[in-house]
Design a protein around this ligand. Structure first.
Ligand SMILES: C[S@@+](CC[C@H](N)C(=O)[O-])C[C@H]1O[C@@H](n2cnc3c(N)ncnc32)[C@H](O)[C@@H]1O
Length: 226
């Protein structure tokens, strides 16, 4: 599943999300929050898997260091490849292994959210960026076995985050269409929770038969200020 996620990310299927995250970093995080050589800023990726988005943000900000938290050792081995990333096997439902008020930017892309801990570790003025799937996300792959997106994800997110963070500072949507071949389409199904229930070759054969050649990317991105 992690290798499938890596292939999808390397193929650029979610490149528009990377662009949006870079834009948010540039617009919403003041330069003095991005650290300096003596006091680097801390970026925390919760449920980081391969650390793909964390690495991209680290690459654009030289005075930062990253921490990737996940339960997946296969993911963390990849997350640890970036020289400024500390990859830690950690259950997000446990108290996080970070001091209070220590994180400048927290990223949660499609991962469980331990909101009270996020509020504790984020510095005052720091930014939490949460990415959740929209209703149309990868809709072309549902027939092939992709687990369907629960309705009302956005409302659920607001209900979870508001007690600790107040209202979102910003909500944006990333929408795009990406071309995929059957291998990549199978990877998109396999890399998520549905991967536990399917065999990759069978998925690919089903997708060849169905002729899927493009997928909808539909993501909600919200910003929460600590
Ligand atoms: C859908 S994946 C998203 C991964 C990554 N953020 C990305 O977008 O590529 C969700 C990740 O959350 C991790 N995860 C799920 N439950 C977790 C928990 N309780 N503690 C830590 N990580 C968890 C999974 O191992 C998985 O890597």
């Amino acid at each position: 599943m992690i290798m499938a996620r890596e292939r999808v990310q390397d193929a650029g299927v979610f490149a528009d999300l990377s662009t949006e995250l870079a834009r948010i970093l540039a617009l919403k995080v003041p330069a003095d929050r991005l650290g300096d050589a003596a006091d680097p800023a801390l970026l925390l990726d919760c449920g980081a898997a391969t650390g793909h988005y964390l690495h991209e943000l680290l690459d654009t900000t030289p005075h930062t260091r990253g921490i990737a938290l996940d339960l997946s050792i296969a993911g963390l081995k990849r997350a640890a490849r970036h020289p400024r990333t500390l990859a830690l096997a950690w259950d997000l439902w446990q108290p996080l292994p970070l001091a209070s008020d220590s994180v400048d930017l927290l990223l949660d892309v499609f991962a469980p959210r331990n909101v009270s801990e996020y509020a504790r570790v984020l510095r005052a003025g720091g930014l939490a960026v949460v990415v959740t799937p929209g209703d149309a996300h990868l809709r072309e792959l549902r027939a092939a076995g992709l687990l369907t997106v629960q309705g009302q994800k956005l409302q659920q997110l607001r209900d979870q985050m508001t007690p600790a963070f107040g209202s979102a500072e910003l909500n944006t949507q990333v929408t795009a269409t990406a071309s995929v071949d059957s291998e990549l389409a199978a990877d998109l199904v396999f890399m998520g929770p549905a991967g536990h229930h399917h065999e990759h070759a069978a998925l690919r054969d089903g997708l060849v038969a169905s002729g899927v050649s493009q997928v909808t990317v539909d993501l909600d991105v919200s910003l929460w200020r600590g």
